[in-house]
Design a protein around this ligand. Sequence first.
Ligand code: FES
Length: 79
Amino acid sequence: MSSPKRASDPPYLVETEAGKTYFWCACGQSKNQPFCDGSHKGTAFTPVSYHATTAKRVFFCGCKQTANQPLCDGSHKKS
Ligand code: FES
């Protein structure tokens, strides 16, 4: 598996909690999108951490093509 699985076209909107660290799924195989559930084991992918300093709405990438991991950069509209 050299390219990530496209988990979703639109990004995932998450209300983050201040002080909490999230682990975004980079491989696209997690059943708990957009977060890692360990399904990447045996692949070249590892999750990407995101530390929320404040509580806010965050769009996590679902297509796994973003150049601004783990956040949506609009790449889902290009491919
Ligand atoms: Fe996808 Fe962990 S399950 S990076």
